[in-house]
Ligand binder design. Structure first.
Ligand code: HEM
Length: 141
């Protein structure tokens, strides 16, 4: 299950369902040589963080091993569920649902994409252009 979750994390890194969000500065914030005044709205962007080669070398590459071992990515560099006080409270539930789904699809079926090179559209949330039709063949138990 651990490796399955690493695979899911790498998918969430490359195609985060949530693009980021808005946060209001509750006090003046100094960041990167700029001062963001109190009351300003800021947008944090998960994709930009996930594609930063400083945190994820060769960021375009699908590589679940990034999440292996004790360390994994540094704090606040892997943020598909946000971070801090308002981090997604559905995180553990989502993790469970994703792992159970993956486990069943992989262990109980052989499957085939009907549209091999289906495009991913961004509206702005990424999703398969034609809904990712697949053929499932139950495996003999
Ligand atoms: C793959 C699945 C999911 C992803 C990628 C996701 C992502 C996010 C993100 C990025 C945020 C904003 C965090 C921030 O502002 O720092 C958020 C907030 C939130 N999510 Fe999720 N989420 C997922 C599933 C769920 C589920 C299953 C639930 C509920 C059962 C849920 C409930 C919420 C709620 C209530 C908030 C607002 C938290 C707050 O503002 O304090 N999410 N989620």
């Amino acid at each position: 299950m651990k490796y399955s979750w690493n695979v899911a994390c790498e998918a969430l890194r490359l195609k985060s369902p949530a693009l980021g969000g808005f946060k209001e500065a509750i006090t003046d914030v100094d960041y990167g040589g700029y001062t963001i005044p109190q009351g300003w709205m800021m947008h944090w962007n998960a994709h930009a963080t996930h594609m930063n080669p400083e945190y994820f070398p060769n960021p375009e590459k699908f590589d679940p091993s990034r999440f292996q071992g004790d360390g994994g990515p540094s704090s606040y560099t892997f943020v598909p569920f946000g971070g801090g006080a308002h981090m997604c409270p559905g995180y553990e539930y989502a993790r469970l649902a994703i792992c159970i789904f993956l486990h069943n699809v992989v262990t109980k079926f052989r499957w085939e994409k009907l549209i091999p090179n289906e495009k991913i559209l961004h509206y702005p949330i990424p999703r398969p252009a034609q809904g990712l039709p697949v053929l499932l063949y139950p495996l003999a138990i």
